[in-house]
Design a protein around this ligand. Structure first.
Ligand SMILES: Nc1ncnc2c1ncn2[C@@H]1O[C@H](COP(=O)(O)OP(=O)(O)O)[C@@H](O)[C@H]1O
Ligand SMILES: [Mg+2]
Length: 355
């Protein structure tokens, strides 16, 4: 079992600090997902763990060993890149076998591992083809297979599913999770896709501009986001936000509506800017609800639908079960339970209200 321990890590390109003073403890055997918008430094961090970028400061331990400046081949990590990086003149089978050949794996063991990886990744019928004769999705499956056959203690994956079509992506996502529970190795997986992060991760690391915003289980980052960035990045449609102020008598006053503040926030100074946030699945629509709005748009999704509401300049989305019952431009009422609301201060940090 292998943990990855990163301390005070800095990575600089020229004068640009991409990662600054980052601490991260990846537990042995966990499926850790680095989640964040494009350009926030996810690939840079992953490549640095693999030994492909020079470290400007801090340390990286893999297992108990200091690997900060070790050669990539000495680190015991397997890497799957966003671009496939296959050998174009080799067949699929030769590509899969290559890392094992390099490691002088006995032939029988090599054949067994290649066959198992090919089977798992639906590559068996393609073993004699070359990369040029494969679709993008098939090439990426070969790249995943090539990292998997090595059975490295730490597997690093950089957006491995982003070039696949939706159906294959969901299938392969499930396979990766099953693979992880079979192998029990440590996986560090980079994605900007919050659904991938939620479904795969034992813990999610939410990053923004090279800084970790929160580390937590999928449930923790969803239900107890540390700040508005995390709250807004996780969940689809995105969490609804209503900006307002603390008004007289412990009331939250916004152009859209006013409501009593939760008890622990009622004594905050008048005029302080707060943001109320509520997940779309916690918004109800019906004649007896508290607030008035106009339906902007309805999006049917088969088993549920999204209603986009316009309320005094604010847009509020509601995810509701079944088929739509309201039409665009209709006047409706909406509401939510006070205990489902989240509250954030003017800099976007969440204010706990009893959790
Ligand atoms: N080799 C490099 N030289 C200079 N800047 C780089 C290099 N690699 C990445 N960057 C910069 O680092 C930042 C983070 O990039 P990256 O790690 O690829 O983000 P992500 O994977 O989260 O999309 C970007 O601003 C990018 O331009
Ligand atoms: Mg990237």
């Amino acid at each position: 079992m292998t943990r990855v321990h990163i301390q005070d890590l800095s990575i600089r390109f020229g004068t640009h600090d991409v990662i600054k003073g980052l601490d991260l403890d990846v537990h042995s055997g966990e499926f850790l997902v680095l989640l964040g918008p494009s350009g926030c430094g996810k690939s840079t961090l992953l490549h640095t763990i693999a030994g492909l970028n020079p470290v400007s400061g801090g340390s990286i331990h893999i297992g108990e060993q200091d690997m900060t400046r070790a050669e990539p081949s000495q680190r015991g990590v397997g890497m799957v890149f966003q671009s496939y990086a296959l050998y174009p003149t080799m067949t699929v089978k030769e590509n899969l076998a290559f890392p094992l050949k390099m490691a002088k794996t006995p032939k029988a063991e090599l054949e067994k591992r290649v066959a198992a990886a090919a089977d798992m990744l639906q590559l068996t019928p393609l073993l004699e083809r070359r990369p040029g004769q494969l679709s993008g999705g098939q090439r990426q499956r070969v790249a995943i297979g090539r990292a998997v056959v090595r059975e490295a203690k730490v597997l690093l994956l950089d957006e491995p599913l982003s070039n696949l079509d939706a159906k294959l992506r969901t299938d392969l996502r499930r396979e990766l999770k099953l693979l992880h529970s079979r192998l029990g190795n440590t996986m560090i997986y980079v994605t900007h896709d919050q659904v991938e992060a939620m479904t795969l991760a034992t813990r999610i690391v939410v990053m923004h501009q090279g800084v970790i915003q929160q580390i937590g289980t999928p449930a923790e980052v969803y239900e107890k986001p540390k700040n508005l960035r995390v709250a807004g990045f996780v969940g689809s449609p995105a969490i609804n936000r209503i900006e307002g102020q603390v008004g007289e008598g412990g009331v939250f006053a916004s152009p859209a509506f006013s409501l009593p503040l939760p008890a622990v926030l009622a004594a905050r100074p008048q005029g302080e800017v707060l943001t109320l946030a509520i997940r779309p699945e916690n918004v109800r629509v019906g004649p007896s609800e508290a607030y008035e709005a106009e339906v902007q748009l309805v999006e049917p999704l088969g088993n549920q639908h999204v209603v986009w509401l316009s309320c005094s300049g604010s847009t509020v989305s509601a995810v509701l079960p079944g088929q739509p019952e309201v039409q665009e431009s209709a006047k409706v009422r909406f509401g939510f339970d006070a205990e489902k609301t989240m509250w954030f201060d003017a800099v976007g940090d969440r204010l706990p209200i009893g959790d």
